[in-house]
Design a protein around this ligand. Structure first.
Ligand code: DGJ
Length: 549
């Protein structure tokens, strides 16, 4: 009897264990199917960030630097909600995560994940580790207080520079350990894939000098250029010389860039081994037209002249991304052109938060960006606008971006898919040219700024301030989805010279949750006789079918 009982108990225990394992496996398979790990895909040189298995367009916002604390997070989420942002970028502070070496505190990470889910936003986490704006101010106290072990950069004059030396094996190991712990924790605690990307460090490089002149750095500088770099940059075989021999005048900056990028690669690779989320680095820029020389810009950073080097040094990093704080139209366009290149998806993880920047979301999407995020739009009342600006940012400052995101958020998935297929075009108002054109397979779209809603006998004079823009998605050769702000849109048939455009149908409407188009009304008469006038204070989505006469 006893034996029978034992056997029966053993069988029940076995059965329960089996069922539990099966259930767990079944669950994780289901989870993995509906929430695969976010990734970057490429198709014919175009890119998409895949979230839940589908292309995702990040309409983001980055919180202020000191906003990612339990005490201030409630000033972040409502701002994201007002903005209609689908993604919030938040720092993870090394000093908070590992206050004592080896003792990790994930409470803030966990709270952040929980609250992001409650507010239905995705997260991009920013690892404020060794580098933050070229300095090292987010390292824990146990690092700051042991400068022998965790050295700063040494300047040419022998003085200490407020920048972490990349020649610091102990700090590199510590950063790897911390980043690995963070990524491991995310893997365990985020099966929903709330976090879609992670930024490794922040604006790494050195301000105030071109390179490290510490003893270890000097030794490396006198030695040969690493073969990986020489080969990766396509240098001649004879390039196996010293840095000065191979890179001439650029030797100091290239040297610094290599060692910063190599350090970050090791941190990134350690984290990626734990959890293979897409990783990126962000760059403080140099002037795209008149770059000058380091150190007039951050040396060793992933500036446009060093993108190729960073690609060679850091294969674990999927994206080298520009932080665009230049509100000049030509510069903004040029920076996007410089960073949108083979094997480098365009991502703008930080951009200015004043009204002038809001329209650039249209051009960014038109250039195929997988994401765009103004910096510092939260309700902590901090302002980074500097001299002449109000000392604190009030909630009204959210309006310009909120207006654009309200329009774009409902079609974000369609735009991301279209960008992967190459069917999206977009433009932001150029203050110096009040007409822009966008080319599709059979049609050319014309965007005019500063036109009234009635009449076509006047010339476009531009908006004051220049705040217009539009994105157009080609749904079929003669069918388009038009989303714009403060702009008149019309079409010309390029496939039928001599013919004119005839509106077949212009529908105002929206997509429902299942992605089906719902028509609210058809525009005709005054609403279409003078082009499609998309006003500044309205957010309408038009589905337009065109033919010729
Ligand atoms: C760029 C940095 O990456 C941000 O963290 C922030 O410091 C801004 N500059 C300035 O507000």
């Amino acid at each position: 009897m006893d034996r029978f009982c034992n056997r029966r108990t053993a069988f029940v225990v076995f059965l329960l264990a089996f069922l539990e394992t099966f259930a767990a496996t079944g669950q994780s398979v289901a989870q993995a199917n509906s929430h695969p790990i976010p990734s970057i895909v490429e198709k014919d040189g175009r890119f998409a960030l895949m979230v839940d298995g589908k292309p995702y367009l990040m309409l983001g916002v980055q919180a202020n630097n000191s906003s990612a604390w339990p005490a201030t997070l409630d000033k972040v989420w409502p701002a994201a909600e007002t903005l209609h942002a689908n993604t919030v970028e938040l720092p993870i502070y090394w000093e908070q995560l590992e206050p004592l070496q080896g003792k990790f505190d994930f409470s803030v990470v966990d709270l952040t994940l929980k609250q992001a889910r409650e507010y239905h936003v995705h997260l991009v986490l920013l690892w404020f580790g060794t580098w933050k704006n070229g300095s090292s101010h987010y390292t824990p106290e146990w690092i700051k207080l042991d400068q022998q072990k965790y050295p700063f950069v040494v300047g040419k004059d022998g003085k200490t520079v407020d920048s972490p030396s990349p020649f610091a094996p102990a700090r590199l190991e510590a950063d790897k350990t911390a980043f690995r712990a963070l990524m491991r924790h995310l893997k365990q605690s985020d099966p929903e894939r709330t976090v879609v990307m992670v930024q490794v460090e922040n604006e790494a490089g050195e301000w105030g000098g071109v390179r490290d002149y510490g003893a270890e750095a000097e030794k490396a500088f006198a030695g040969p250029v690493p073969q990986k770099l020489a080969t990766g940059l396509g240098k001649q075989a004879g390039a196996s010389g010293t840095w000065a021999q191979v890179f001439g005048d650029d030797a100091d900056e290239t040297f610094m860039a290599w060692y910063v990028a190599d350090y970050i690669e090791q941190v990134a690779a350690a984290g990626k081994q734990e959890y293979a989320l897409p990783l990126y680095v962000n760059a403080a820029l140099r002037d795209p037209f008149k770059p000058g020389h380091a150190p007039s810009y951050e040396s060793g950073a992933p500036t446009d002249n060093n993108i190729a080097l960073w690609k060679v040094a850091s294969p674990s990093i999927s994206i080298v991304a520009p932080d665009i704080y230049m509100d000049d139209y030509a510069k903004y366009m040029k920076v996007m052109e410089l960073y949108k290149r083979d094997h480098n998806p365009l991502l703008i993880p930080e951009t200015g938060n004043s009204a002038a920047f809001a329209r650039y979301v249209f051009a960014a999407i038109g250039q195929g960006a997988i994401g765009w995020a103004p910096f510092g739009l939260d309700l902590t009342r901090y302002s980074n606008l500097g001299e002449g600006a109000p000392e604190a940012m009030e909630s009204g400052a959210l309006k310009p971006v909120a207006r654009q995101y309200e329009l774009l958020a409902p079609i974000a998935r369609e735009l991301a898919q279209g960008n992967l297929e190459g069917t999206v075009r977009g433009a932001s108002e150029d203050p110096d040219a009040h007409t822009q054109t966008l080319d599709f397979v059979r049609w050319q779209a014309t965007l005019e700024y500063g036109m009234p809603s009635f009449g076509n006998w006047m010339k476009p004079k531009g908006n004051t301030p220049p705040d217009g823009g539009a994105v157009i998605l080609e749904l079929a050769p003669d069918e388009f989805l038009v989303a714009g702000h403060h702009v008149r849109v019309d079409f010309t048939p390029t496939y039928a010279p001599g013919k004119k455009r005839l509106w077949l149908k212009v529908e105002e409407g929206s997509y429902d949750a299942a992605g089906n188009w719902k028509t609210a009304r058809i525009w005709n008469g005054d609403q279409t006789d003078y082009g499609l006038n998309l006003k500044a204070d309205e957010n309408v989505l038009l589905r337009v079918t065109v033919t010729t006469f």
